[in-house]
Design a protein around this ligand. Structure first.
Ligand code: GAL
Length: 832
């Protein structure tokens, strides 16, 4: 009964590629010109982001009465249109439901529920994997969520193609329109489309959208959230139109410039045959028209049919996309009927070449580039998986601040919003499909990942698996070979990889183009000898575990020191893996596990109250741990850096030796305590420096020298008692688009403004004006304080508040206070 939205696409694509029987146009010549952009008329297509106006309530996975009678009479499967639940109908009273904004993750609001004593080990592991939130089979009352919203449909929409685009709903969701089941997705990660035109009222009667989302089962071993945690768009297009993911832009580059190949899928949603022409315009990165392609020949479309049209154009002097120069072009595709524009879509693309080579490593546009990567899950303090676009952007900026140029979306396709940000900021991306198998669901998810994302220049590799049990076997090879073949059909421009933790001498390693090593980086050099010329990357490297701002292990308190020394048995320190990869140009790079801490999989302490991982170079709030500066030092050698650890507030330990480290890329580092030199040392290549310094309060300073000149310094000053709060953020002028936000760091400082490094002060947050507080965090992996609300403790001196605009132009103020301390305020301005 659930229509498979991609099935016709697949058929159409196969048809189109096989011979373009239905109306393909021959490649068309481009009229090259650089003219000023003409102001675009509004697109005849309507795209509306459904962010506000949602109502939400928990249903029940085991009790029909508490699940809005879902399942009563099994109506969906018997009599379509006879509501499967009253909650899918417009006249249902949802006034008691919560008002929520999408993206939304209801799991982040749930209480923690550590297993009671004496549960099976597997059950305990499962609870730990999801961060001990009360969700899953044992919590049917928390595991089903219902969403409702009215759809903005008018009389003018009648006869048009109307669909909903969901970028990610976790998970097993059914989408209802006016009581009809219209579509859905089992996958919590792959994007999907639901056609809804048939179910709508066009006469002014309200149109009710409802979703039942069932997160009882998970798909991963990490916190996965629950609900509509990525964007939802409503699209209303002319009956003759470009369907979702219907444009594909590829390019090749040589000395003569770029050859751009354009494929356009066209669809006819009408009951009558139609005929269209296509017109293309390419807009250069500076906004001028680079090229136009005159309207094509007529393309015939059968009722309900599709066609594939091809065109090509040349750009003699393209501005190439690279991590340093993320130039983006826009393809404007217009569908014409009788010369009139009836539909128009814009597709951003980048022009660049990528090459993986087993000897020379990786290159962009022919220039060698080491992949300085991070693996990440989509998860952040305060909001869980429901990350607003502005927070994605902030996380990318924090990651680039560490010197990273690449991101692996583990272990699922990245959000389109994240991909847009990566395109625009030069962050390269490995997109990974969730299922390494070839059943219809897995193939469909892979296809949805590639069709939704292949225009993004940021994507450099498709990953078809991660640490699969069958990875080293012949069956594992077979499965991956099928997935790789599908990747190549859908996108012959990119290579494939698979993350493996063993079995690299056969199995799936033989099926993919670029072999991925998870950890065991020290095995790569010998493997390269056995497989000369085969490209290789570290798909997971490191990973040091650390508690931000902590400098002594404390097993009872689940605290891990933040020197680069602690790692699980399968992993390594930052220094160990990076020295190997840095030394071998043939290893294309590595992706640390992880950039950010994430909820669930609490390692190295899998027991409550550890609720998040300790792997990140940054904590769950994106606040840097000390290892962030190790990477920053060696990944951005053009920027001199010295970073000193630990803090210098060791009251009661006077005279005792303290282990002091300096990360940095200066040639030499001199350490001084209260102005007295403790000597200068040469910084080892890709290493760090260490001293034992008897503690005396005051100032510990590191000075970095290059060719005898002072190039960088860092200081740690002994702090007094907490006296005041300080608020720090990058931007106080923000867009009043309802999404933009400030990630505000709260510092607990002493009377002189020095950070109090162990302060765990309870803080109270208040926001007034055109903003709302959407989440709080402090980076403590053992904190079980709520993510929402108005109070949170500082952790090792710091906390974070996420302050998002309401969408109204105007000012807002965040005030943070704590008993006995001077409060702090921050003014934000949300502009049109
Ligand atoms: C890998 C896995 C990751 C994460 C990591 C922890 O095996 O791919 O998802 O579990 O180990 O070290």
């Amino acid at each position: 009964m659930i229509p498979n939205p991609t099935a016709d696409r697949r058929t159409a694509l196969a048809l189109g590629l096989a011979g373009l029987a239905t109306g393909a146009t021959p490649a068309l010549a481009a009229t090259a010109a650089t003219t000023a952009i003409t102001p675009a008329s509004p697109s005849p297509r309507r795209r509306e982001r459904l962010a506000d106006g949602w109502r939400f309530a928990l249903g029940h996975a085991a009790d029909m009465a508490r699940d809005f009678d879902f399942g009563l009479w099994q109506r969906t499967y018997a009599k379509p249109g006879q509501a499967v639940s009253p909650a899918t109908m417009a006249d249902f009273n949802d006034s008691a439901w919560a008002s929520v904004r999408v993206p939304h993750d209801w799991a982040v609001d749930l209480p923690y529920a550590p297993p009671k004593a004496a549960v099976a080990k597997d059950q305990e592991d499962m609870a730990a994997a999801h961060g001990f939130r009360a969700i899953g089979r044992d919590f049917p009352q928390n595991s089903v969520g219902w969403y409702r919203r009215k759809l903005p449909i008018g009389a003018s929409d009648k006869g048009r193609a109307i669909w909903l685009e969901f970028d990610g709903v976790f998970r097993n969701c059914k989408v209802f329109v006016n009581g009809y089941e219209a579509g859905g997705s089992a996958s919590g990660y792959a994007p999907f489309r639901v056609d809804i035109a048939d179910f709508l009222n066009y006469d002014g009667t309200p149109n009710q959208l409802a979703l039942r989302v069932d997160a009882t089962l998970g798909e991963g071993w990490f916190y996965e959230g629950a609900g509509i945690y990525r964007h939802v768009d409503l699209v209303s297009a002319a009956p003759l139109h470009v369907p979702q993911w219907g444009t594909w832009v590829r390019s090749t580059v040589d000395a003569g410039g770029a050859q751009v190949a354009i494929e356009t899928t066209l669809a006819n949603a009408a009951e009558a045959a139609g005929s269209v022409q296509l017109r293309h315009r390419v807009i250069a990165p500076d906004g001028t028209t680079a090229t136009t392609i005159a309207p094509s020949e007529a393309i015939a479309l059968a009722p309900g049919g599709q066609a594939l049209a091809k065109a090509s154009l040349a750009l003699p002097a393209p501005r190439l996309w690279s991590p340093q120069t993320p130039h983006l072009y826009t393809l404007e595709t217009a569908v014409l009927v009788d010369g009139q524009e009836v539909d128009r879509v814009e597709t951003r693309f980048g022009i660049r070449t990528l090459a993986f080579d087993g000897t020379r490593g990786f290159a962009v546009n022919g220039q060698p580039v080491k992949l300085l990567g991070v693996c990440n899950h989509q998860d952040h303090a305060g909001v869980g998986t429901a990350i607003p676009d502005a927070l994605h952007a902030w996380r990318v900026a924090q990651t680039q601040g560490m010197g990273a140029n690449a991101w692996r979306s583990a272990h699922n396709p990245p959000a389109q919003a994240l991909l847009d940000i990566c395109d625009a900021s030069g962050m390269m991306m490995i997109a990974e499909t969730r299922l390494n198998t070839t059943n219809p669901e897995a193939l469909d998810e892979l296809e949805r990942m590639i069709l939704s994302s292949r225009n993004h220049p940021a994507i450099i590799l498709w990953s078809v698996g991660n640490e699969e049990g069958h990875q080293g076997t012949e069956r594992g090879r077979r499965l991956s070979a099928q997935l790789v073949a599908r990747c190549k059909q859908l996108d012959p421009t990119r290579l494939t990889t698979q993350a493996m933790d063993q079995g690299w001498d056969g199995g799936a390693a033989d099926a993919v183009d670029v072999v991925g090593f998870n950890y065991r980086t020290d095995k790569i050099p010998a493997w390269r000898q056995r497989h000369p010329g085969k490209p290789v990357i570290g798909t997971e490297t490191g990973s040091t575990v650390a508690t931000r701002g902590a400098y002594a292990n404390d097993a009872a308190a689940h605290v891990v020191r933040a020197y680069d020394t602690e790692h699980p048995w399968w992993a390594s320190t930052a220094e160990e893996w990076w020295k190997i990869v840095a030394a071998e140009p043939g290893i294309a790079g590595g992706f640390i596990w992880t950039g950010f801490d994430y909820r669930g999989e609490p390692t190295p302490y899998p027991q409550f109250p550890s609720v998040s991982s300790y792997f990140g170079a940054m904590d769950l709030c994106g606040l840097p741990k000390d290892n962030y500066y190790y990477y920053r030092a060696w990944w951005r050698r053009d920027q001199p850096l010295v970073h000193l650890l630990p803090h210098w507030t060791w009251t009661g330990r006077e005279g005792q030796p303290i282990e002091v480290w300096a990360h940095g890329n200066a040639e030499e580092v001199e350490l001084l305590l209260n102005g007295r030199s403790l000597g200068r040392k040469a910084m080892p290549e890709n290493g760090h420096l260490a001293w034992q310094v008897p503690y005396a309060p005051g100032t510990l300073e590191a000075r970095g020298y290059a060719r005898g000149k002072l190039v960088a310094r860092d200081r740690r000053v002994t702090a007094g008692a907490p006296a005041a709060l300080r608020l720090v953020t990058e931007r106080t002028r923000l867009a009043a688009d309802g999404d933009d936000l400030a990630a505000v760091r709260v510092d607990v400082v002493d009377a002189h403004g020095t950070l109090v490094p162990m302060a765990d002060t309870p803080l109270t947050f208040a926001v007034t004006g055109a903003a709302r507080l959407i989440g709080l965090g402090n980076g403590n992996p053992t904190s079980t304080e709520p993510d929402k609300g108005t109070t949170r403790r500082a952790f090792n001196g710091l906390a974070q508040a996420l302050v998002q605009g309401t969408g109204t132009v105007g000012g807002a103020r965040l005030t943070v206070s704590a008993a006995g301390l001077k409060p702090a305020s921050l003014d934000l301005l949300f502009h049109a």
